[in-house]
Design a protein around this ligand. Sequence first.
Ligand code: PEP
Ligand code: MN
Length: 258
Amino acid sequence: MKNKPIIIAGPCAAESEEQIDIAISEVLKRDIDFMRVNLWKPRTKPGFEGLGKEGLPLLVKVAKAGINPGLEVIMPEHVTLAMDTVLPVLREGGKLLLWIGARNQNHILQKDIARLCAKDPRVVLMVKNQPWPSEPHWEGIVEHVLEAGIAKENLLNCHRGFAPTGDNPEGFRNLPDFAMMNRVKASTGIPVIYDPSHMGGTVKNVFAIGKMAAGQDIDGVIVEVHHDPASALVDSKQQVTWKEFDELLAVIFPEMVA
Ligand code: PEP
Ligand code: MN
């Protein structure tokens, strides 16, 4: 491996101060680049859609603990709220990670989001592939945000798999396409983060997907981790505990523990 992989970990969504306090203490024990502190959650069916603005103080808490926060932004106003909240309290040399999720395929909004992120070099933007398999569409997301002015060195791409259309005996939530991932990485020149949580859908399958990632040319991972997955308000079946997270990292990056 060329560089240390970029590690993004934490709960699917911020739910409470207690949950974030526990996550902060677990993140501080590990070499984690960004902690997931998601406030806005697009859902397949209506349900818990995140704490929204009410959760902004949790971002402050994470940043004040010296941790780089990361969250999904759906609307340009989310970018402004996150930047205005986090940047003033970010540690020296710290970064704020914002990402555009798989469901957010309005290119006008993608560009507006990227334009706002580009205003401060401490903001890293990550784009996730769209839910359906299409190489030009995936490349297009990257091209749209670059056109909006985000610097290449502040952009990450994330492979979260594609919705299964054919055989799927293991019951994966989304299927990886490593060949496409490699081609998109080569054509865009943007590092690729891998999301075993949203590919797996269950803890067993998150580990199976983790094994498939070992040896692939990936630049990092984003993993959903919860101190008590059974009580999680969203994606409870695929969130791993912090102990399982350590085991998963060893599966994906065996050379890190060798
Ligand atoms: C997420 O990362 O929180 C998420 C909802 O994933 P995706 O956009 O890939 O479905
Ligand atoms: Mn999730």
